[in-house]
Ligand binder design. Structure first.
Ligand code: ATP
Length: 211
């Protein structure tokens, strides 16, 4: 096991097997001893079809209950309101000291990196693992292409040699599942079973989410 903290952030609105399979494969490839899924707090202008942060957190906890090696980091939800990843990583860095911290992003999220608050500082705080995502290719512009290009390493084990600052691409099984599609199915009265854990679907029905 490598002594590294891995952060897999997302809205998880709701969590589904695309997230869970990707998290499991990345965890296996990195052999990290601390793997955390980190749900985002409520963004300022929420699209009203989305669920509140405490529901998204509860669904993630249900999904991960059988898998103690994959944990939930509640700090953004607990803090309330919007959170910037750079601040979240700074708070994780304060806790874990100098050990490697690895932020996992889907390729679609990585393509938006230049829009993230203080994005250059992310690489001072953490390594990046970019997961290849169905139907999404690298589309970096200008400085992001340059920064990610020059920091790229081929082997995940190279991320364990320093605390932060490197970028590694990992392939994950391509499951074409999205939370948007699941919310759409529920809003249309269709049944998204088998796209997400049955415990999560039961929670959605019990609380009348996404209608
Ligand atoms: P939405 O449809 O609401 O945009 P989403 O399904 O893309 O949501 P997020 O919570 O935004 O889910 O995703 C969290 C992280 O998981 C992101 O890095 C995203 O790229 C990744 N991810 C989402 N769906 C998949 C999937 N099917 N396979 C692999 N990675 C995924």
């Amino acid at each position: 096991m490598n002594r590294a903290t891995v952060i897999f952030g997302g809205t998880f609105d709701p969590v589904h097997y695309g997230h869970l399979r990707a998290a499991s494969e990345v965890s296996e490839k990195l052999a990290a001893d601390d793997f955390r899924l980190l749900p985002a707090g409520n963004p300022p202008h929420r699209d009203h079809t989305g669920a509140e942060a405490y529901h998204r957190l509860a669904m993630l906890e249900l999904a991960l209950a059988p898998y103690p090696d994959l944990t939930v980091d509640e700090r953004e939800v607990r803090r309330g309101g919007p959170s910037y990843m750079v601040e979240t990583l700074a708070s994780i860095r304060r806790e874990v000291g100098s050990r490697p911290v690895i932020l996992c992003l889907g390729q679609d999220a990585a393509n938006q990196l230049s829009g993230w608050h203080r994005w250059r500082e992310l690489l001072e705080l953490a390594h990046l693992v970019v997961m290849k995502r169905p139907r999404s290719r690298p589309k970096y512009t200008g400085e992001v292409a340059e920064v990610l290009g020059e920091r790229r390493v081929r082997r995940p084990s190279q991320l364990m040699e320093s605390g932060a600052g490197r970028v590694c691409y990992l392939g994950v099984t391509q499951l074409a599942i999205s939370s948007t599609d699941i919310r759409g199915q529920l809003a249309d009265g269709r049944d998204p079973r088998f796209l997400l854990p049955s415990t999560v679907l039961a929670y959605i029905r019990k609380h009348g989410l996404y209608h």
